[in-house]
Design a protein around this ligand. Structure first.
Ligand code: BG6
Length: 506
């Protein structure tokens, strides 16, 4: 079947049964990197798969004196460099649907003229009065934009149209600022109109956590403290902070990664089955997990968390800077580029199963995975068995898939037992191109499905926990540990797991 542009869309098995209504996407801060690297290439990925609605347009709203033509040129280069194969032709088909609106974010008249422009687009392109506003600006501009959208009447849904807002992270830098931001958002939009993006939730393999748990009969009976010894969630990156030293210095890995991406993955692994796969039912269960994690006391921070900073080293055959030598980082910095945290979920299911979360820059490999380690059999019948506990490994990226480690008999006359792996690989099982996380999330926002977006209470609960860790670190007289760039982090990080447990070295 051909899509509206006449080009080949997805194969039948992978086609979505859901179709989005016509709409205009207004991107605030459209001259920034996110628009050209992620948003527009993802929209063209959706177009390639036949998933963009017939009536569709994008308005870039920003301060720089660009024109429609220069905006389109930058986007076209973005699709060429960062889009999926053959998406440039889809951009050419849609070129006229992209326009630029120059205004300061604080200038009310810029919103009045935006409103007029959107009405003209509705008439010309059949976008039916539906709008999605994407906040891709620095967070300092959010309050102005939200306020002005409401004043211009652009946040109101009238006559069956929709008005939605997508908010990029960071959602605040602590509980107080996150609550302020949530209040600002809710002064302009109802929660059902709000879509807080955490791009980890758009990753296929993160969504597969729920499918694995709830579409199968064999895992869930074991998914509790009786059978699971502990859970490890790792998001390791090989890159350093690069040119983002200034930003990173203010956030550290705990704010940049753990408060959002790792906590989100953790809630999906730990949550109870929802009553239905609806946005609120799923998010209610995720919030309950966060609520069951106690606020850290200072002595617990000392005992159950480790922070560290990378020092210079040799990486991939090249000498690389330590964190303190990166641009924008002061010599006296105590910001962590490695954090490992032991979380105890105080509920019936997990009371005796710790969850260990770790994330860092400048580790040996880029890898995101969840390892569920099971308890040992109650009695080992085989002498000298060279086995480790059973482990279910969810490989989020790269090399997406699921693996199971178990003991098997080594062929031969003796009863020797060794670990083997059963392996499912996405690429082999399904083939095809994997869509970027932003494709899925942009489509869901167009469909009005908030399941894969963070709700205000989730964000606030995650900050409550993270704030208490940061407070403990501030009080502590111990500076962050050091770890050499290209290694798996400090020894203390290993010690955090306790006896008989080790972090995986993927
Ligand atoms: C972002 C962080 O949210 O996620 C970055 O700000 C990090 O510091 C990035 O590099 C990692 O995302 P991914 O999809 O590459 O794992």
């Amino acid at each position: 079947m051909a899509n509206q542009s006449g080009l080949d869309p997805l194969g039948d098995e992978l086609r979505s049964a859901r179709s989005a209504k016509p709409c205009v996407l207004v991107i605030f801060g459209a001259t920034g990197d996110l628009t050209k690297r992620k948003l527009v290439p993802s929209l063209m990925g959706l177009s390639k798969d036949g998933l963009l609605p017939a009536g569709f347009a994008v308005v870039g709203f920003a301060r720089r004196p660009w024109t429609d033509a220069s905006f389109r040129e930058v986007l076209s280069e973005g699709v060429e460099s960062f889009g999926r194969p053959e998406t440039t032709e889809y951009f050419e088909q849609h070129r006229d649907a992209f326009s630029y609106h120059q205004s300061d974010f604080s200038n009310e008249s810029g919103y009045a003229s935006l409103k007029e422009k959107l009405e003209q687009i509705d008439a010309a392109r059949g976008t039916a009065g539906n709008r999605i506003f994407y906040l891709a600006t620095p967070p300092s501009a959010y309050s102005n934009i939200l306020d002005n959208l409401a004043k211009a009447g652009l946040s109101t849904e009238a006559n069956g149209t929709f008005a939605r807002v997508i908010v990029e992270k960071p959602f605040g830098r602590d509980l107080t600022t996150a609550t302020d931001l949530n209040n600002q958002v809710s002064a302009a939009f109802h929660e059902r109109q709000v879509f807080r993006i955490d791009h980890y939730l758009g990753k296929e393999t993160v969504q597969n956590i729920l499918a694995l748990r709830f579409a199968n009969g064999i895992f869930e009976p074991l998914w509790n403290e009786k059978f699971v010894d502990h859970v490890q969630i790792t998001v390791a990156e090989s890159i350093g902070v690069g040119s983002r030293g200034g930003y990173f210095e203010e956030s550290g890995v705990i704010r940049d990664m753990i408060q959002n991406h790792l906590m989100q993955v953790m809630t999906l692994v730990a949550m109870e089955p929802p009553a239905a796969m609806t946005a609120d039912a799923v998010r209610d269960e995720k919030v309950k997990v966060l609520k069951a994690i106690r606020t850290f006391e200072p002595d617990q921070v000392e005992r159950d968390t480790v922070r560290a900073q990378y020092t210079g080293g040799s990486f991939g055959g090249k000498d690389v800077n330590g964190y303190k030598q990166e641009e924008g980082v002061p010599q006296e910095s105590v910001t962590e580029t490695y954090a490992a945290v032991k979380l105890q979920i105080d509920n019936w299911r997990w009371s005796r199963t710790p969850f260990f979360l770790r994330s860092a820059k400048r580790m040996p490999r880029r890898v995101t995975e969840v390892a569920i380690q099971f308890k040992q059999p109650p009695h080992m019948l085989y002498d000298g068995a060279q086995t480790q506990p059973n482990m279910l490994l969810l490989r989020i990226q790269p090399d997406e898939g699921v693996a199971m480690r178990f003991g098997a008999k080594v062929p031969g006359p003796d009863m020797r037992i060794r670990d083997v792996r059963m392996d499912f690989r996405y690429g082999t099982a399904f083939g095809g191109e994997t869509a970027d996380a932003y494709e899925r999330l942009l489509l869901d926002a167009m469909l009005g499905d908030g399941t894969l977006f963070a709700r205000s209470d989730e964000v606030e609960e995650a900050w409550r926990i993270v704030d208490s860790i940061i407070a403990g670190w501030k009080q502590s007289s111990k500076p962050p540990e050091g770890y050499v760039a290209g290694t798996w982090g400090p020894q203390l990080g290993e010690d955090l797991l306790g006896e008989d447990r080790t972090w995986r070295r993927p």
